[in-house]
Design a protein around this ligand. Structure first.
Ligand code: GDP
Ligand code: MG
Length: 458
């Protein structure tokens, strides 16, 4: 629902529970008058914009509720773009509730989730992508997630899209002008130039679309399966990365029969490590079930670590495992470097794996290299600074996909010499799809969907 901005909304802006202070927020045309009605300031004078005022907050039965600090932000210089009041009170859930109830009795309405931010969007304080960045920032759990969300909040994605939109607009204007003056056909050379310009936009959009793989991993974390024959040291590698003895390590092949999983913080990326049962043909029923589960967990992971024992030659079973990890990003771990080397890594293996780390899981050597290499396998695109604003939202990805579809259909129609109306239709659609990311072209349903994912008070 689009927020009715003639109403004044109220909500608690700080988390539930006890705290030193809590903040109740009001926004809307009556925010100031409703607050002043309940407030007896300590010093004389009115509420001054952006200058905190200390005083007493009175309940609706003229009872003193708390000593509070009130900050008034006059429209349009506020988060929502409306008159906005922040009441900082003592962080007692009872006091907080009474202040909110007093405001409701005085005529405010309880805010719906994300309604403050929705008003900020409606008043042009931030665009839709920025609003989503704000939500992601609040939800972020690692420093890296927070960094990306902050960049989006500051408009990184919107900025990156702006030149592409301008380019489409330029082409659309060009063709439209030509349409108006029928005699002035667009010259073949210009036609080519326009088509090439849009192809360039399509490539840039493709890059952005591909950055979603990185964005998704940053946001949701990654799952990495540790695979290999029995006894190569998978559980040791797992324990080493966790920095604790989580999995049982023995020299009896087939010790790990179930799948163990723990999450580590890999340079800001929540990474779920899955220690699997060694993969081999087995007569033992329990072990066979374990192998079955291992195979499944490889299929469900974002990447795998293929562990080899450096002290034994490459074997038939290793070939089988190579087939298993072929389809996804893979890090080769040559373990047991403390023992004499008898392994020769076949070139086919090196071709499948993105990088190789030689280490001793038992002696815990080269663990730093292992972490760095794993990160490199998970985030191959993170080399250039250019990738600083990857897509993190599936909604944005879908908009970009839709835009590219229209763009390419339009280019094709344009190049095949169809009447200009056809490509124009597609180019406008392509533009509208990009506009949905920042919210220039929005529908009410979309706003509902997005802002309902915010918490109340935001
Ligand atoms: N010498 C040496 N032994 C290791 C190393 N890593 C693991 N091991 C030993 O190899 C055996 C199997 O280890 P484990 O982690 O259980 O292998 P998994 O079956 O692949 O999980 C154990 O006896 C470990 O102590 C290593 O780097 N060097
Ligand atoms: Mg094991």
């Amino acid at each position: 629902m689009i927020s009715d901005q003639s109403e004044t909304i109220v909500a608690v802006a700080t988390p539930a529970g006890k705290g030193a202070i809590a903040v109740v927020r009001l926004s809307g045309p009556a925010a100031r008058s409703l607050t002043e009605g309940q407030f007896r300031r300590q010093t004389q004078g009115q509420l001054h914009p952006a200058s905190p005022t200390l005083g007493a907050f009175w309940g609706s039965r003229q009872n003193h509720l708390d000593q509070v600090l009130i900050t008034f932000f006059q429209q349009p210089a506020s988060f929502t773009g409306e008159d906005l009041v922040e009441i900082s009170c003592h962080g007692s859930p009872v006091v907080v509730r009474q202040i909110v109830e007093t405001m409701l009795e005085a005529g405010a309405r309880l805010a719906t989730p994300g309604e403050f931010t929705q008003r900020a969007f409606l008043n042009g304080k931030l665009d839709l992508a920025q609003a989503e960045g704000l939500r992601d920032l609040i939800e972020s759990q690692t420093a890296f997630q927070a960094k990306l969300a902050t960049e989006q909040l500051q408009g990184a994605l919107s900025l990156r899209l702006a030149p592409m939109k301008e380019e489409i607009i330029r082409v659309v204007c060009h063709i439209e002008t030509a349409l108006e003056f029928v005699e002035d056909e667009v010259e073949p050379q210009t036609r080519q130039e326009l088509a090439a310009a849009l192809q360039k936009v399509d490539r840039e959009l493709q890059e952005l679309e591909q950055s979603f793989a990185l964005g998704r991993i940053v946001l949701e974390g990654a799952t990495v399966a540790i695979v290999g024959k029995p006894n190569v040291g998978k559980s040791c590698v797992f324990n080493g990365l966790l920095n604790q003895d989580r999995a049982i390590v023995t020299d009896i092949p087939g010790t790990t029969r179930d799948v163990l999983a723990e999450t580590i913080d890999l340079h800001g990326i929540p990474t779920r490590l899955v220690d699997t049962a060694g993969i081999r043909e087995s007569e033992d029923r329990v072990e066979r079930l374990g192998v079955e589960k291992s195979l499944q967990s490889v299929g469900k992971s974002d990447a795998s670590m293929f562990v080899l024992d450096g002290s034994v030659p490459f074997e038939q079973e290793d070939w089988r495992i190579l087939e298993l990890v072929r389809e996804q990003p893979c890090l080769l771990v040559v373990n047991k470097e403390d023992l004499p080397r008898r392994l020769e890594v076949p070139p086919q293996v090196e071709a499948v794996c993105q990088s190789t780390v030689t280490m001793s899981a038992l002696k815990r050597t080269h663990l730093q290299e292992l972490r760095a290499a794993l990160l490199g396998v998970l985030l191959p695109a993170r080399s250039g600074e250019q990738e600083s604003a990857p897509l993190t939202d599936i909604r944005h990805k879908q908009c970009i996909q839709a835009s590219r579809q229209h763009l390419r259909a339009g280019i094709q129609a344009y190049q095949s010499g169809l009447s200009e109306e056809f490509p124009l239709y597609d180019f406008r659609k392509a533009l509208a799809a990009l506009g949905q990311i920042t919210g220039e072209t929005t529908v009410e349903d979309l706003l509902d969907q997005i802002f309902s994912t915010f918490c109340i008070g935001k």
